[in-house]
Ligand binder design. Structure first.
Ligand code: NAP
Length: 313
């Protein structure tokens, strides 16, 4: 962005982990705010953010951080969004945009709206971008480039405020889509929440097998297991909150998944190769579709470097 007037005079980021830290780095790089302030729950994180020198000020409390900001983004676990909304509500500037980045939208909308005053614009958001790392050092300015950010404004949201928040996300590289919170939760249940649950399950199952040692599981992990371990290494607090708050949609998708798993189980038991082959052909096309719309690179084995084979003397 090259314009001289920044989009916001003060952005407050409540929470400075992977997402808050990435927003701070990207917003600063793009000059989107005259001032960026932040806070975090622990003294340790606040001290580290101060050392990193990415933001203008690190404040001790959520209320102090939110005060006088014209954009406040909660970058904290979904389960505490309601409590923090209650904490900051009396300190919010009239006309401020209040948003979040939570992976579940229905619960956040309900929990935060209960406390926020009518004098602010509340527009929940979810950047569909991340890694398995967390904490103040894990963020990077490029995280949102060519990723989607879904906004779920309530029915009565102010159109200009929605557009301003969308402009912010576009300026840090994201594509913006708008949908209802319920629809978001159903879509993300299948594209994100269920895959995480499956990864958590498989990694746990492999760890508990009696006839296969843990060292064998690690040693032969390149057979597929290790790709699940990346997802299963995601933050436990964040994912506990996702499953507690998106319970209905996850249970619905889990029901569909269990039916499909039963079909494949039956095909294996009956030796029905056609069913397996057709299913695997269909899923391979989905991977190609993701690559063709630019949501992943085509490089084999997720682009992992491979050592070269040298001839033994
Ligand atoms: P993270 O790296 O663990 O950071 C969480 C931050 O929230 C930390 O700075 C933590 O402070 C702070 N925090 C927790 N409770 C707080 C409170 N009551 N008041 C103030 N700060 C508080 O987490 P993250 O990965 O950035 O995730 C944050 C949100 O983004 C979650 O809602 C998640 O659903 C969503 N999200 C995550 C991803 C992903 O891939 N990780 C992707 C999209 C959306 P301390 O460090 O002091 O504990």
């Amino acid at each position: 962005m090259t314009s001289s007037a920044p989009l916001f005079s003060r952005i407050a980021l409540i929470g400075f982990g992977l997402i808050g830290g990435s927003i701070a780095r990207a917003a600063r790089a793009q000059g989107l705010a005259a001032e960026i302030v932040t806070t975090a729950r622990s003294e340790k994180t606040r001290a580290r953010v101060m050392e990193l020198g990415i933001v203008d000020r690190v404040l001790d409390t959520n209320a102090e951080a939110a005060k006088d900001a014209d954009l406040v983004i909660l970058c904290i676990p979904v389960g505490v969004c309601g409590d923090v909304a209650r904490e900051i509500a009396p300190h919010l500037k009239r006309g401020a945009i209040v948003s979040d980045v939570g992976s579940v939208k229905g619960a956040v909308l309900r929990d935060m709206a209960a406390y926020l005053p009518d004098s602010v614009h509340f527009i929940p958001a979810h950047p569909v971008a991340g890694t398995e790392h967390s904490g103040p050092d894990s963020g990077f300015a490029e995280l949102f480039i060519n990723r989607w950010c879904i906004l779920t404004p309530p029915d009565n949201a102010d159109a200009a405020a929605v557009e301003k928040l969308a402009a912010f996300w576009r300026a840090i590289g994201a594509n913006v889509e708008i949908m209802t919170a319920d629809h978001h939760d159903l879509v993300l249940a299948v594209t994100s929440h269920l895959p995480h649950l499956i990864a958590y399950t498989i990694v746990g199952t492999a760890d508990e097998l009696e006839d296969v040692t843990r060292s064998e599981v690690l040693k032969f992990s390149a057979g597929g297991f290790r790709d699940f371990t990346r997802i299963a290494a995601s933050d436990p607090t964040m994912w506990r909150d996702v499953f507690l708050t998106n319970k209905d949609a996850v249970l619905e998708m889990l029901g569909a998944f269990q039916e499909d798993l039963s079909k494949l189980t039956r095909a294996i038991r009956r030796g029905d190769g056609d069913v397996l082959f057709e299913h695997f052909t269909r899923t391979r096309a989905i991977r190609r579709g993701i690559v063709s719309i630019g949501q992943d690179a085509a490089s084999a084995d997720f682009g992992r470097p491979h050592a070269s084979l040298t001839k033994k003397e």
